[in-house]
Design a protein around this ligand. Structure first.
Ligand SMILES: [Zn+2]
Length: 56
């Protein structure tokens, strides 16, 4: 099951792959911000394709 992490600011795909990665690892790999829109990333803008984690 692929994992896809999308920036909610610009819908840029930050990570897409078969391996599940912890969100904080993906965030730190991007320097803590979206490379496209420069939006600061937090653990909130994380979507897993099969199971959306969108709760507040
Ligand atoms: Zn972005």
């Amino acid at each position: 099951m692929p994992q896809r992490v999308i920036c909610h600011g610009c819908n840029h795909i930050l990570y897409e792959g078969k391996d599940l990665k912890p969100p904080d690892e993906i965030i730190s790999q991007n320097g803590g911000k979206c490379p496209k829109c420069d939006r600061k990333l937090s653990l909130m803008p994380i979507d897993v394709e099969v199971k959306p984690l969108y709760k507040r």
